[in-house]
Design a protein around this ligand. Sequence first.
Ligand SMILES: CC(C)(COP(=O)(O)OP(=O)(O)OC[C@H]1O[C@@H](n2cnc3c(N)ncnc32)[C@H](O)[C@@H]1OP(=O)(O)O)[C@@H](O)C(=O)NCCC(=O)NCCS
Length: 200
Amino acid sequence: MHAPHNTPTIFLEGKKTILRPLNKETDIPSLVTWINDPDIRRFIANYLPFTISMEEQWFESRSKDTHHHIVLGIEARVDDEYVFIGTMGLHNIDWKHRFLTTGAMIGEKKYWGQGFGTDAKMTILDYVFNTLNMHKVCSDVISYNKRSLNYSLHCGYNVEGVRKKHFFQQGRYYDVIELGLFKKDWLPIWRAYQKTGRVK
Ligand SMILES: CC(C)(COP(=O)(O)OP(=O)(O)OC[C@H]1O[C@@H](n2cnc3c(N)ncnc32)[C@H](O)[C@@H]1OP(=O)(O)O)[C@@H](O)C(=O)NCCC(=O)NCCS
């Protein structure tokens, strides 16, 4: 397999994605399209309209605060090209207790359900546990987000609790599922993934 001809900057390399720093000039229009999209908003809890200038401010504040937040762009390897499809974030990093919260968004919807999220997640978890030396990774999933729940469970997360009727959407309240992941539960899945490209 030869290298795609539009190889971007690579920060982390997975099997079918690479994770790279975001680029203010070129990425913001895609980010604004994605976070305003009703099909995506319902999963990421955004309910306000986001403009380019709001996104630029978000970008500036995040870039200055890598101590607490690290957000990377996901590029999927598709045919002979890399395609910018979403973001993978590490949030509320706590360096004393050594935990953080992951958050992912694949904004290009046609790439949902093809394993790109799993690949990006496994790749960032390698960074989280083996470079940042985190003890625990958390994630919150709204109960109707089955795709997100499934891919997190496949990566080794366990359900730690359920916040009942916690999230209001389309006229009713939904539960929020709280997930947690320890390195010991992720490591065997990571070893298998490196060999076979499969998490289960
Ligand atoms: C959640 C998200 C990052 C997952 O990435 P992805 O590339 O779509 O996920 P994958 O293809 O790696 O895995 C999805 C898993 O869910 C399963 N799945 C796909 N569609 C599903 C559906 N409608 N219902 C239930 N499970 C589904 C897939 O089969 C796969 O499980 P499998 O390994 O058993 O086959 C991505 O879909 C996304 O960004 N969605 C919108 C925003 C969002 O929900 N962000 C997360 C907020 S917590």
